[in-house]
Design a protein around this ligand. Sequence first.
Ligand SMILES: [Fe+2]
Ligand SMILES: [Fe+2]
Length: 179
Amino acid sequence: MNHTHKLTDVATLRSQARQHIEAGAVTAGYNANRDQVVKLLNEALATEIVCVLRYRRHHFMARGIHGQSVGAEFLIHSNEEQGHADLLAARIVQLGGEPDFSPDSLSQRSHAEYVAGDTLTQMIQENLVAERIAIDSYRDMILYLGDQDPTTSVLLKQILAVEEEHADELADLLEGMKG
Ligand SMILES: [Fe+2]
Ligand SMILES: [Fe+2]
C-alpha cells in the first residue's frame, strides 16, 4: 500500500465527477499527459496494423514443406494483431482521441517494418524482428506511463504478453526450419 497517497474524500469525488462530464472516462484524477498517451497509442496502432498486413501476406505466400503449418500460424498471429489494433483504437477513443487509420502515413508511423519476404525462413525472421520491436516498444511505453494511467498500462501489458508468446513461437518455427 502506498501511504504517501492521500485518499480523496467522498464530497470531492462527487463534485469532481460532475465537472466536465462530457470527457467521459477522462476524470479529474487522470494524471497522465493525455495527448502524449494518445500519440503513443496511435504509434502502437500503426505498428499493429502493419503487422496484420505483413502476417496476412506471409500467410498467403507461405510455401514449401512447412508452408501449411507455418502459414496457418501466420494467420493466427495476423488475427491477434488485429485484435490488439482494435483494443488500442477503443482506448484512444475512451481517452478522447481519434484513432489514425490513414493508410498513406501508416508505414512511417509504425515502429515495425513491412517486409514482403521471399522465402519461408525470411518471413519467419522478419516477423520475429517485428515482434521484438513491438516487445521493446510496449515495454518502453509501460515504463514511461508508470502509474499515471493504470488502465492503459494493463492493456499494454496484456498485449506485451501476447507479443512475447508470438516471438517465442516464431523462434521455435525458425529452429524447426533447420531440421
Ligand atoms: Fe500485436
Ligand atoms: Fe505479435
